[in-house]
Design a binder for this molecule. Structure first.
Ligand code: DAT
Ligand code: MG
Length: 150
């Protein structure tokens, strides 16, 4: 089992797409093991997007993620990182396939609705930024054997 950090970004919350986004991840077979709504501080935004600090779009990214509340989700499942990113679609919604969250609901790379960690290392770092260990609740699901073989 793998864990990943998903954020419903400010545009997803403001456009009332939080439920839709969570539903798509749940329907994929992924399991929510932590959830919270929060307003991202400037400091947290800099920590979370630190890898992009030298990119021309960095300030816009920080301004956007701090502009309105988000929903942070800790998500667990088999190959959760890759599965979640597939369900999200490509970074630029115009390049994202129809049927993905970004491909179905987005038009602009700066308003792409959702974040998902891109590696095991980044998932661990990002989960620790948004959740204390005791805020993550691991629990068996009765239907799990109908989602994964092992
Ligand atoms: P992803 O969110 O798919 O992991 P990323 O980590 O490369 O993509 O970039 C983080 C966010 O930064 C992305 O969701 C939207 C924004 N972004 C990326 N490339 C951009 C660009 N060329 N212009 C404007 N915003 C960009
Ligand atoms: Mg990324």
């Amino acid at each position: 089992m793998e864990r990943t950090l998903i954020l419903v970004k400010p545009d997803g919350v403001q456009r009332a797409l939080s439920g839709e986004i969570i539903t798509r991840l749940e329907r994929r077979g992924l399991q929510i093991i932590g959830a919270k709504m929060l307003k991202v501080s400037n400091e947290l935004a800099h920590q979370h997007y630190g890898v992009h600090k030298d990119k021309p779009f960095f300030q816009g990214l920080v301004d956007f993620i701090t502009s309105s509340p988000i929903i942070a989700l800790a998500v667990e499942g088999k190959d959760a990182i890759e599965a979640a990113r597939q369900t999200m679609g490509s970074t630029n919604p115009l390049e994202a396939s129809p049927g993905t969250i970004r491909g179905d609901f987005g038009l602009d790379i700066g308003r792409n609705l959702v974040h998902g960690s891109d590696s095991q290392e980044n998932a661990a770092t990002e989960l620790a930024l948004f959740f204390d260990e005791d805020e993550l609740v691991s629990y068996p699901r009765d239907g799990q054997r109908w989602i994964t073989e092992s």
